[in-house]
Design a protein around this ligand. Structure first.
Ligand SMILES: *Cc1c(COP(=O)(O)O)cnc(C)c1O
Length: 420
C-alpha cells in the first residue's frame, strides 16, 4: 500500500516514524542531542559528501544523521508529515515563521535583483523587505489586491528593472481585511518575466489558510511559507516556521538554513508533531465556529462591516476565492460603530476571548490592528487598506460557538451602553 494514498489526517500519527528504531515507542521520542555517532569513519565520510553536495545521493540512500543543525529525527519526521498537506516534494522547518521567510529571501535574492511583493504583508516581513533587503541593494515594488494584472506588469516595466525581477512574494488573504491576492495571476506574471536563463520564483505566505484551506503549490507557487506558530502549532505555546516546495528548491533553502543556523530544535519538532495529529480536527471546528460568529456579527446593530471570506461581495474577489480557496478560514475582522474608544471598550469587555495578537490557536483571540499588529503601517496606507480605528480582528478558536457569541454579544452591549 502506498501510504500517500491515504488522507493526511490519517497519517499524522505515524507517517515517517519507525518504532523499531526507538525501542518500540509508539510516539517519536525527543531526540535531545546535538550530535550523532557514526558507525564507521567511512559512513561519516559518506554522510558529509551528501550533506555538503560533494556528490548526488544514491537512489535508495537516506541522508545520515550528522549534527542537529543539519538534521535531527524530530525535524525530519515533522518535515515529511508537513509535505502531505500541501502535496510538496520537500519541506524545511525553522525556529520561527520569520526565519523561514527571511531565509528564502536571502537564498534567492541577490544585490541588484527586484522583488515584487503584495501589500499589506505581515509586519515583520514588511520591515525585513523595506528596511533590510534594501540595505543589500535589492529593489522592491509593492502591489495590492486592488491592482489588475496589467497595472502590476506596467509598474514593473516602468521601473526599468523588469529584467532583474527575481521573485514575486504574496501573502493571501491579506491581514487583517482578508483581501485576496490572485495566485494564478501572480504565476502568470512570474512566467511572463522568466527567461530560459532565469526563472522568476513565486513564493506565498500561506499562514492564514494553511495547510488546510488553501494549497498555493497547486495554483502555481514555487514555495509555500508558514508561521507554524499559528494553525500548525495551534496552541499558542511554540514559535516555529516552515517552507515547502520542490526537492531542488528546498535543498537550497536547507543549505542556507545550515549556515544561518535557524533550524527548529527537537523540542519544537516534537511539539509540532503532536499538534499535527489534531490539525484537521481543530481547523474544522475553528472554521465552523468562525462562520457562526461572522453571521452573528453581520446582524448586529453595533457592527458596521464584517471582513470574512464567507461573505465576499466584490465579484473579482469572489471569483478568486472560488478558484483558490478551499475553506472560509477562522479569521473574522469587523468594524464597530464608533471610533478607537468603542473598539477598546469592546476589547476590554471580553470575558472569554483573550486580548492578544497572534492567531490560529485553540483559544479565541481579539486585537486592534490599527494600534497593535499594524501600528507600524503609515496612516495613509492604513486608510488605503481599510485598517480603520474601529476595526477589531478576531481569531476564532475551538470553544463552544454559543459561548463565543455570548461573549461577543455582552461586550458589544457594553459598548452601546457607554455610547447611549
Ligand atoms: C505570525 C506571522 C508571521 C511570522 O511568524 P513568526 O512565527 O511569528 O515568526 C509571518 N506571516 C504571517 C502571515 C503571520 O501571521
Amino acid at each position: 500500500m502506498d501510504l500517500k494514498m491515504l488522507k493526511p489526517e490519517s497519517l499524522m500519527m505515524s507517517y515517517g516514524y519507525k518504532p523499531e528504531l526507538s525501542e518500540g515507542a509508539i510516539k517519536c521520542p525527543i531526540f535531545q542531542t546535538s550530535t550523532f555517532v557514526f558507525k564507521t569513519a567511512e559512513e561519516g565520510k559518506a554522510f558529509f559528501e551528501v550533506a555538503y553536495g560533494l556528490r548526488e545521493k544514491e537512489e535508495s540512500e537516506e541522508l545520515g544523521l550528522i549534527y542537529s543543525r543539519l538534521n535531527n529525527p524530530d525535524l525530519e519526521i515533522l518535515e515529511n508529515r508537513l509535505t502531505l498537506w500541501d502535496k510538496a516534494e520537500d519541506c524545511a522547518v525553522f525556529e520561527s515563521g520569520m526565519s523561514a521567510i527571511t531565509t528564502v529571501f536571502l537564498q534567492f535574492l541577490n544585490p541588484g535583483d527586484l522583488l515584487l511583493f503584495s501589500q499589506p504583508v505581515y509586519g515583520g516581513t514588511s520591515h525585513f523587505i523595506e528596511e533590510i533587503l534594501t540595505r543589500f541593494g535589492i529593489h522592491i515594488i509593492p502591489f495590492d489586491a486592488a491592482m489588475s494584472k496589467e497595472d502590476i506588469i506596467e509598474k514593473v516595466e516602468r521601473s526599468g528593472l523588469s529584467a532583474k525581477l527575481a521573485m514575486i512574494y504574496a501573502e493571501t488573504p491579506a491581514n487583517p481585511t482578508n483581501a485576496l491576492i490572485d495566485l494564478l495571476m501572480c504565476k502568470q506574471i512570474a512566467t511572463q518575466f522568466s527567461t530560459p536563463n532565469k526563472e522568476v520564483l513565486f513564493a506565498v505566505d500561506n499562514t492564514y489558510m494553511g495547510p488546510i484551506w488553501q494549497h498555493p503549490l497547486a495554483h502555481g507557487a514555487d514555495l509555500v511559507l508558514y508561521s507554524a506558530t499559528k494553525y500548525i502549532g495551534g496552541h499558542s505555546d511554540v514559535i516555529a516556521g516552515a517552507c515547502l516546495g520542490s526537492k531542488s528548491l528546498i535543498q537550497q533553502v536547507k543549505g542556507m538554513r545550515t549556515f544561518l543556523g535557524n533550524m527548529a530544535g527537537p523540542w519544537t519538532g516534537w511539539l509540532l508533531m503532536r499538534s499535527l495529529e489534531t490539525l484537521k480536527a481543530r481547523m474544522n471546528i475553528q472554521e465552523f465556529n468562525a462562520k457562526r460568529v461572522a453571521e452573528f456579527l453581520e446582524d448586529h446593530p453595533s457592527v458596521d462591516k464584517v471582513f470574512y471570506l464567507g461573505n465576499i461581495e466584490n465579484p473579482r474577489q469572489k471569483e478568486i476565492f472560488k478558484r483558490q480557496c478551499e475553506g472560509t478560514g477562522a479569521m473574522v475582522s469587523f468594524e464597530i460603530k464608533g471610533q478607537e474608544s468603542e473598539a477598546f471598550k469592546f476589547l476590554n469587555s471580553l470575558k472569554l476571548i483573550k486580548l492578544a495578537v497572534s492567531l490560529g490557536s485553540t483559544e479565541s483571540l481579539a486585537e486592534h490592528p490599527a494600534s497593535m499588529t499594524h501600528a507600524g503601517v503609515p496612516l495613509e496606507e492604513r486608510v488605503k487598506y481599510g485598517i480603520s480605528e474601529q476595526l477589531v480582528r478576531l481569531s476564532i478558536g475551538v470553544e463552544n460557538y454559543e459561548d463565543l457569541i455570548w461573549d461577543i454579544k455582552q461586550a458589544l452591549d457594553q459598548v452601546s451602553v457607554s455610547t447611549e
